[in-house]
Design a protein around this ligand. Structure first.
Ligand code: NAD
Length: 251
């Protein structure tokens, strides 16, 4: 259980959900882990639980990312695993999407991811692994997800381009596309509880394996892609969704 021994891993949005589980898994696999988030108290509390380093950086602020790069450079010198996980899900119907809503979701899910990588490049070791947390939503036509889906589709497109450009440094870039996973992300949408329950039931019916994913399911795949076991894998996208994307009918 030490396939990440000697590696330094940064997990953006590591204080909750998939990021938290992935930080724990990577630590168990021997990595030195740093998590980030927006809220000092939440990041510190999660970091303490996990026994890792917790730092605050809002990915909407390029200055905050610069500061993070400076601090990690001073304290850890180099990074081997960059898990670009921070993201939000704010469903809204077409016709009711303001510029502010568009900029906020695109700003975190795509621009924030993009500039996290851009700014961490000088700190990445040759042979590093970048994992972008996307979504099967990049490919589905789920109602109310126009901005979210586009932000993740942009991230997948970026993943392919980056994989070709960064291969010269043996840096691998892959994307993970989860289906529905039980995390706090849905509660943060502001949807009423009965709406959330209806959504969860409809999703579960649609998933061939008949359950939501767990953060730990995703963490195992992330940890594999981060490891040298995946040293010939780059530019790939990995659906991890209980089969929902291949199921065209509700059953
Ligand atoms: P979560 O809400 O539990 O975690 C999201 C994390 O992102 C939190 O740590 C939060 O602090 C961080 N974050 C949000 N905005 C940030 C910002 N501006 N700066 C820094 N950090 C910020 O949700 P989760 O489900 O674990 O989501 C993690 C990733 O997985 C997201 O990118 C999400 O889009 C993606 N995803 C989730 C699901 C799902 O069903 N839960 C499915 C597909 C993809």
């Amino acid at each position: 259980m030490s396939k990440l021994k000697g590696k330094v891993a940064l997990v953006t949005g590591g204080n909750s959900g998939i990021g938290y589980a992935s930080a724990r898994e990577m630590k168990e696999q021997g990595a030195t882990v740093i998590i980030t988030g927006r809220d000092l108290e939440k990041v510190q509390s999660a970091a303490q639980d996990l026994g890792v380093t917790g730092l605050v950086a809002d990915v909407l602020s390029l200055a905050a990312i610069d500061e993070l790069v400076g601090q990690i450079g001073r304290d850890f010198e180099k990074v081997d695993i960059l898990f670009v996980n921070a993201g939000i899900f704010q469903p809204a119907p077409i016709g009711q999407i303001s510029e502010e809503m568009f900029d906020h979701q695109m700003g975190i899910n795509f621009k924030g991811a993009f500039f996290t990588i851009e700014k961490f490049l000088p700190l990445l070791n040759d042979g590093a692994s970048i994992i972008n947390l996307s979504s099967i939503n990049a490919y589905t036509g789920m109602p109310n997800t126009a901005v979210y889906a586009a932000s993740k589709a942009a991230l997948n497109s970026y993943t392919r381009t980056a994989a070709t450009e960064l291969a010269v440094r043996r840096i691998r870039v892959n994307a993970v596309n989860p289906g529905p996973v039980s995390t706090p992300i849905f509660a943060k949408t502001g949807m009423a509880e009965n709406q959330l329950n209806g959504f969860a039931e409809a999703m579960e019916n649609r998933i061939p394996l008949k359950r939501f994913g767990t953060p730990e399911d995703i963490a195992k795949l992330v940890s594999f892609l981060a490891s040298d076991d995946a040293s010939f894998i780059t530019g790939g996208e990995y659906n991890i969704d209980g089969g929902i994307i291949i199921n065209p009918i509700m059953n």
